[in-house]
Design a protein around this ligand. Sequence first.
Ligand SMILES: C[S@@+](CC[C@H](N)C(=O)[O-])C[C@H]1O[C@@H](n2cnc3c(N)ncnc32)[C@H](O)[C@@H]1O
Length: 318
Amino acid sequence: MSSIREIHSSGVNPATPRPLRVLELYCGIGGCRAALPGGSEVVAAMDINEAALEVYRWNYPHTTLPVNLDFISASDLHSWNADLWWLSPPCQPFTVRGLRRDTEDSRTRSFLRLIDCLSQAPPTYLALENVPGFRGSQTHSLLRSALDELGYAVQEVVLCPTELGVPNRRQRLYLVAGLEPLGPMLQPPQEHRPLGAYLDPEPSSDLWIDEELNDKYGQALSVVDAQEVTAVASCFTSAYGRSPVRSGSYLRTASGLRRFSPMEILRLLGFPPDFRLPPTLSRQVAWRLVGNSLSVPAVRYVLSAIPELAGSGSTYSR
Ligand SMILES: C[S@@+](CC[C@H](N)C(=O)[O-])C[C@H]1O[C@@H](n2cnc3c(N)ncnc32)[C@H](O)[C@@H]1O
């Protein structure tokens, strides 16, 4: 296999390497896209969720496809001629607090399909994000066996954005694999902004909630203080706004207790400042979509193991 660094697109100065072609699978609202540095291009982004794709399209011009990956074929995948497959498969089958049905969970079907397709259409690089409980699952060992058989070098890391200076927990397992040698993961510049710096200047009045919630759930409720410089919000999940516990933090403010807005969560996830949610999107759906997304600086850190994406700087690409 020729090195992708030797491949050049037609009409381009042969001294200029062509951008790394990325196929964003389970793209959601485009967390991977937000993390990609310059020197790369998304050739297609696929997801089954139309609302997520609408947010993606609102922000990025790339080809987005409503696809059920349960039925994707190796030739479909191959036709995109992608150098990197990015995967954010559903994590419910592997979460420690869930049933951990792993390969028996219907939500793993598409992931197993992609593992099956790998041998017929192996990309130069593959990277994925899932919950730490994915490691040790049968699906994880099927993936690792497929990658080993095909000769991929593999790196795995469990990382929380708090380790990058972000005041929001979201511990995840990341895997990056390459048929070309991988480099070290490069530490991005540290954030170290207090929680207050991520908050809306004029939060919507309907974010405030009844203090009774605090009385009812007590210690089970994660409450952080907006004024506290060392405050760290807990992981926001897709259940935020529906389930009061274990779905993300509430904010203690001078005027009472309130939820975080979807835009505040996006800021904590490291999305670019000009990222927008369509005005027609309800707050409930917005919470579900952002809670499903990912930590942009953590993904950027992991992708820096791919030599073509290392050293491209920490700025957002458009
Ligand atoms: C953990 S979320 C990934 C979110 C994404 N990384 C983001 O930044 O928003 C998993 C995504 O997989 C999608 N999904 C689940 N099953 C799917 C399937 N069979 N085919 C395509 N997409 C699927 C969901 O709609 C969801 O957007």
